[in-house]
Design a protein around this ligand. Structure first.
Ligand SMILES: O=C(O)C(=O)C[C@]1(C(=O)O)C=C[C@@H](O)C=C1
Length: 106
């Protein structure tokens, strides 16, 4: 675990210990800080998806202008394999969603 993660990880109050006062505020503060970090990360992820879509559109356009097909399934299989390898089975779903965002539904 990185120090950054450790610093922003909220610590839940221990039930039955009367921690609801000061430490409850601390927990709420840690949660708010962690959530604003998540919001920041989501903003970067969204910007990366938009950038990916622009790059992908350029490749698709060039291929169509050269007389080829807009979609290249062999390349999509490589991308699906990569996401599944890195993120497990749900990674496949994420890659499929990304491809749908970048080249539209098949
Ligand atoms: O890599 C390509 O050849 C692309 O056209 C990009 C991309 C993608 O968004 O990753 C989009 C459509 C293709 O079917 C395959 C991949």
């Amino acid at each position: 675990m990185s120090t950054e993660t450790a610093r922003t990880t909220p610590r839940p109050a221990t039930p039955g210990t009367g921690e609801d006062g000061e430490s409850g505020d601390a927990t709420a503060g840690a949660t708010a800080a962690a959530r604003s970090r998540i919001d920041e990360l989501d903003g970067r992820i969204i910007a990366l998806v938009q950038e990916r879509r622009t790059v992908s559109a350029g490749i698709q356009r060039a291929r169509v202008e050269a007389g080829g097909r807009r979609v290249e399934l062999a390349r999509e299989m490589e991308i699906l394999d990569r996401y599944r390898g890195e993120l497990g089975r749900p990674g496949t779903q994420l890659a499929m969603t990304l491809l749908a965002l970048c080249r539209g539904q098949l």
